[in-house]
Design a protein around this ligand. Structure first.
Ligand SMILES: NC(=O)c1ccc[n+]([C@@H]2O[C@H](COP(=O)([O-])OP(=O)(O)OC[C@H]3O[C@@H](n4cnc5c(N)ncnc54)[C@H](OP(=O)(O)O)[C@@H]3O)[C@@H](O)[C@H]2O)c1
Length: 267
C-alpha cells in the first residue's frame, strides 16, 4: 500500500534516501520540505513529489522522515509539534538524538531511529533501524521492506547499538575514504600517475570487499591468503600491528560515539 511520506530536510542524506526510494517501485508518495525551498522544489521535480513551503501544509502524512542536522532539530521540533496529529510514524536519521528526546520534543510515541550511509546513492547503502516498542509490526515491515528494495537493512535490538554502529556504518565510508586518500597520496608521491592511483586503490577496495562478501571467509582467512610467510605483505602488516592499528580504529570510532553523546547533552 502506498503511504504518504514527508521528508523534512532535503540536504545530502534526505535527498539520497528520497532518490533511493523513488528508484524502486515507489512505496511512498513524497512530500518535501526544506528551509531553502529550491532544494525541495528541485527534488520534487525529479521524483514527482510535492514541495511544501511550510510545515502546516502537510496533511494526511503517514510517515515523517527527519533529515536535518541534530543542531537544527530544536527549531524543527518547535515548528512541527503543533502540526502533528500524534499517530504519525516519525523516522529520524539524525545521529545521536535518542527516541525519548524525539518523543518528548515532538509529543508523539511512534519513533524509529535510522542510520543510513552515503553508498545509498548507488544502491549499496547500509541502513540501520531501531524501533521504539510502540511501532507496530506492520509498520516495521512496511518500512524495512521499502528500504530493503534498494539497500541492506538491519534491525538493532537496543538503542545504544545504533549509536555504537553509527561510528562504523554511518561514519564508516568517511574512514574508508580517508584510508583510500592516504594510499593514493603515498602512491602519487612515489611517482604513480594520479588517475592510475585513484583507479588502482578504488578497484582494490571494491575487489577486497566483494571477496569478503562472496567467499564466506573471515577477514583473517582472506588476509592470510595474501600474506604468505616470508613475503612482502607480512612486513606491512607487522607495521600495522606495531603501530597498534586496532587501538587507533577503536579510539576513532569511540570518539565518534562520544561526540554523539555530547550532541545529546547539548540539545
Ligand atoms: N551525510 C551522511 O553521511 C550521514 C550519514 C548518516 C546520518 N546522517 C544524518 O543525516 C542528517 C542530515 O545530514 P546531511 O549530511 O544530509 O546534512 P545537510 O546536507 O546539511 O542537510 C541538512 C538539511 O536540513 C535542512 N534543514 C535545516 N533546518 C531545518 C529545519 N528546521 N527543518 C527542516 N529541514 C531543515 C537544511 O536546509 P538548509 O540548507 O536550507 O539549511 C539541509 O538541506 C544529519 O542529522 C546526520 O546526522 C548523515
Amino acid at each position: 500500500m502506498q503511504k504518504n511520506l514527508a521528508i523534512l530536510g532535503t540536504g545530502k542524506m534526505g535527498r539520497t534516501l528520497a532518490l533511493g526510494l523513488n528508484r524502486v517501485h515507489a512505496p511512498f508518495k513524497f512530500f518535501l520540505y526544506n528551509p531553502t525551498s529550491e532544494k525541495a522544489e528541485k527534488l520534487a521535480d525529479e521524483i514527482q513529489g510535492t514541495a511544501v513551503t511550510a510545515l502546516d501544509q502537510l496533511a494526511y502524512i503517514d510517515v515523517i522522515l527527519i533529515a536535518c542536522r541534530p543542531q537544527q532539530f530544536n527549531q524543527l521540533a518547535f515548528e512541527l509539534r503543533p502540526v502533528l496529529k500524534g499517530d504519525e510514524l516519525i523516522v529520524s536519521i539524525m545521529a545521536a538524538i535518542p527516541t525519548e528526546t524525539l518523543a518528548q520534543k515532538l509529543g508523539v510515541s511512534k519513533i524509529v531511529r535510522m542510520m543510513p550511509n552515503t553508498p545509498n546513492k548507488i544502491g549499496l547503502g547500509v541502513n540501520l533501524f531501531y524501533f521504539s516498542p510502540t511501532v507496530s509490526l506492520p509498520e516495521r515491515t512496511h518500512l524495512l521492506n521499502s528500504f530493503a528494495l534498494f539497500s541492506s537493512v538491519f534491525t538493532l535490538e537496543k538503542e545504544d547499538y545504533l549509536d555504537i554502529c553509527t561510528a562504523f556504518t554511518g561514519c564508516g565510508p568517511a574512514l574508508v575514504f580517508e584510508w583510500a586518500r592516504l594510499m593514493m597520496e603515498i602512491m602519487i608521491r612515489q611517482g604513480i600517475n594520479p588517475n592510475d592511483a585513484h583507479k588502482m586503490v578504488a578497484k582494490t577496495f571494491l575487489g577486497a570487499s566483494t571477496l569478503l562478501m562472496s567467499e564466506g571467509k573471515s577477514p583473517l582467512e582472506l588476509r592470510q591468503e595474501v600474506a604468505s610467510k616470508g613475503g612482502v605483505t607480512v612486513e606491512a602488516l607487522k607495521v600495522f600491528s606495531d603501530s597498534k592499528m586496532e587501538q587507533i580504529i577503536e579510539k576513532a570510532t569511540h570518539q565518534a560515539y562520544l561526540r554523539g553523546k555530547e550532541l545529546q547533552e547539548n540539545l
